[in-house]
Design a protein around this ligand. Structure first.
Ligand code: IVH
Length: 706
């Protein structure tokens, strides 16, 4: 490469990396996979090492990246929050070990290995054991004060445990906030149900959650944390940990969550074994791990080794290759959702990735297709980590067919031909095209399937196949099916559909009949009002006796309710003021669908608005003061149900001493877990639960994932 070529390439790479840094740190909306980012970053570094004169102070290699967000106070970090150098190769890892050994030749070094948690780095400042500040990394020197949001993370203690270990007056700890895989899956499922865009992966969801300005919403996100290091520490005594392994034990004794498994190695051979072990283990962890962090164990030694501008010399991240596969993208088609969102989907030649066959991948939106220049007929690299939606990482342009042309995103809805309009989404992915035609068959189908779904009106037999046929048949007669029209269908009409036996038709008709007596919250949820999920529907049903009372309610009255913010309130008011929707409600009522709330009756009977009606509990282990019988009675007196085994339907697990497999299962499923103290607090100090004494944010926390 000539110097001129290098200069051009360097400029290009700087722009690209800067753009990705901005997307990642500022917008919390990464535009490329980690591997792609690392590839670009490395090319940039390579050019700079070949042509050192190109290194300018504003090169992305000279800073951690990121600018603080607007809307939060900024805080400067007493000890900078650095990044880590990383590598994908074991040879480079050995070179790193040798480099460090050379710097301190007289010492015998040992190394700790920890999972590299794929989340968002934060610092927590405890003064005299109390959590005073929580902040993001930002540019490494200053970050955002996100204390209110971090306080909603259940595993972050407000107060460190005294007793076993002395707590220095100032103790700043550092770690990674992440979203559990199970929680992520549930969150995405709920977002889809509520008509919001799903998050692309748990890290995006975490970053998106932490930058939200309303912490009551953050409280509902299944966030967790792992603490692995220190920031500023002052006033510690002589017993303060001297190495990383002791440090993690110490932090754990203070009540801070530390990595679930760590190792200590003395040489590269044992390191290699450990890395293999971690690579095998990582898929069973409930968080995403994209590698290992290898650190010099001895803390004093780290001081001697120091740091470069960006990263410490005493640690390195070893990244596992993400599971990727090469395949052909046969076609791009557009899926039209219940709310009209047009989502491009790649139809792929089936290929095996991370243990499952993938034949579809989401392309997110029109901008993403342009950014990656994805075309029909391209050979692409796809990636699938854990249970996450497969995505197209990049195109192998050298394998592109000769006469290929750029993909043109349709300007009309592929289902009904309406002109598409741009929709601002509340999700992190951004602008989305939407079909504005409420009568679009795809939207009609989506709304009816949602109404029939198990979580809404739970109508047997109302699956996608039947709904599609019904919608088509009625459309052929010039009619539009809506959820009220379902109740006018006769058995013979249903039985006349293709492949529909007499018995299935009867089942469906019976299912419709049974659905008429469902509670108000299911009706509300089933209507598919934007942003109104099952949790919000339950809240509304606790506060309003019937649909009629709710219809006449204004934004101000709605936002006064727990769980209901401005966006939800507006969405409800808009929906109810639409004449078509009013007509739909009238027809549903006429068909005999229940519009009364039994949750409201429960609160009228003297139980407070935080009653446990509709919640399912499992008790496990021995509680310090209550017997199980007493705890069960308390739950049941507030309208909750106690069952014996943990399943997806369990809302809360009350866990005591020596809790075993039930607790484990609850953790795996991401279910809310309470100890006795938390439980009693929720019930009110006297346990009667008539008047909750919990501050609102804690209740929101508890009510978390509805
Ligand atoms: S130690 C001086 N340990 O990975 C920096 N970092 O790519 C010390 N990370 O910035 C960081 N798991 O946000 C450390 N067990 C772990 C980690 C970890 C995840 C993150 C952290 C760091 C980034 C570097």
């Amino acid at each position: 490469m000539t110097k001129e070529e290098a200069q051009i390439k360097h400029h290009e790479l700087c722009e690209l990396v800067r753009g990705h840094d901005y997307a990642y740190y500022v917008q919390a909306r990464p535009a490329v996979s980690d591997q792609e980012y690392d590839r670009l970053y490395r090319s940039l570094k390579d050019i700079e090492s070949e042509f050192p004169e190109l290194v300018t102070p504003d090169s992305p290699t000279q800073k951690v990246g990121g600018k603080p967000l607007e809307g939060f106070e900024t805080v400067s970090h007493a000890v900078p929050m650095m990044s880590l150098d990383n590598t994908y190769s074991q040879e480079e890892l050995v070179a790193f070990l040798n480099r460090v050994k050379k710097l301190v030749p007289e010492q015998d070094l040992d190394w700790t290995v920890e999972p590299k948690v794929d989340g968002v780095a934060v610092t927590l400042r405890y003064e005299n054991g109390k959590l005073l500040l929580g902040a993001t990394r930002g540019d490494g020197a200053t970050g955002d004060d996100v204390t209110a949001n971090l306080r909603t993370v259940r595993s972050i203690p407000y107060q460190l445990c005294e007793g076993q270990a002395a707590i220095p007056p100032v103790l700043e700890v550092r770690g990674e906030v992440f979203m559990t895989r199970s929680g992520f899956n549930r969150l995405n499922q709920r977002r889809v149900e509520e008509g919001d865009e799903p998050f692309a992966n748990p890290r995006n969801a975490t970053a998106g959650s932490l930058k939200m300005l309303d912490s009551t919403v953050v409280a509902k996100r299944p966030l967790d944390i792992v603490i692995y290091g220190l920031g500023e520490v002052a006033g510690q005594d002589g017993n303060f940990p001297k190495n990383q392994s002791e440090l993690l034990d110490y932090l754990k004794a203070l009540g801070l969550p530390t990595p679930p498994k760590t190792w200590v190695c003395r040489d590269s051979a044992s390191l290699s074994v450990v890395l293999q072990e971690l690579d095998n283990l990582r898929h069973s962890l409930d968080f995403e791990t994209d590698g290992a962090v290898i650190k010099v164990n001895d803390i004093a030694m780290r001081e001697r080794l120091g740091a470069t501008a960006k990263a410490p010399r005493w640690a390195i991240a070893y990244k596992f290759a993400a599971e990727q596969a090469e395949t052909k993208l046969k076609r791009i088609f557009i899926q039209v959702g219940r709310t009209g969102a047009l989502t491009p989907v790649a139809d792929l030649e089936p290929v095996l990735v991370s243990g499952s066959t993938v034949s579809r991948a989401t392309l997110h939106n029109a901008d993403e297709i342009v950014r990656k220049d994805i075309r029909e007929g391209d050979t692409v690299i796809i990636e699938k980590a854990g249970e996450i939606i497969p995505a197209v990482v990049r195109v192998l342009t050298d394998k592109r067919p000769k006469h290929s042309t750029a993909y043109v995103f349709p300007t009309t809805c592929p289902e009904c031909g309406s002109k598409a309009v741009k929709m601002e989404s509340s999700g992190v992915i951004g602008a989305v095209w939407r079909c504005p035609n409420m009568d679009c068959p795809a939207q009609v189908r989506g709304r009816i399937e949602h109404w029939c779904s198990r979580k809404a009106m739970d109508i047997e037999g109302g699956g996608a196949v039947l709904v599609k046929q019904l919608v088509e048949q009625l459309a052929a007669r010039g009619l539009v099916l809506d959820v009220a029209e379902l109740y006018r269908l006769s058995k013979s009409e249903v039985a006349s559909l293709e492949r529909m036996g007499d018995k299935s038709a009867q089942n469906f008709i019976d299912g419709l009949e049974a659905s008429k007596s469902r509670d108000l919250w299911r009706v509300l949820f089933g209507l598919g009002i934007l942003h109104v999920g099952a949790g919000v529907a339950k809240t509304l049903s606790r506060h309003f006796a019937n649909m009629n009372d709710l219809i006449h309610c204004g934004v101000e009255q709605l936002v006064a309710l727990d769980d209901v913010g401005e966006v939800i309130a507006r969405s409800l008011v808009d929906w109810f003021s639409d004449a078509r929707n009013q007509d739909l409600l009238r027809r549903l009522e006429k068909a005999g669908v229940n519009m009364e709330s039994s949750l409201y009756r429960a609160s009228e009977n003297g139980e407070d608005s935080h009653s446990l009606v509709g919640t399912t509990w499992v008790l496990t282990g021995t509680l310090p003061s209550l017997t199980r019988q007493e705890a069960s009675e308390k739950i049941e007196s507030l309208g909750g149900k106690v069952t014996s085994s943990v399943s997806k339907k369990t809302d809360y697990v009350l866990a005591g001493e020596s809790a075993g497999s039930k607790l484990e299962k609850a953790q795996k499923l991401g279910i809310n877990i309470l100890d006795e103290a938390g439980f009693l607090k929720l019930m009110g100090a006297d346990g009667a639960g008539k008047e909750s004494k919990m501050p609102r944010d804690e209740l929101d926390l508890f009510n978390g994932e509805g």
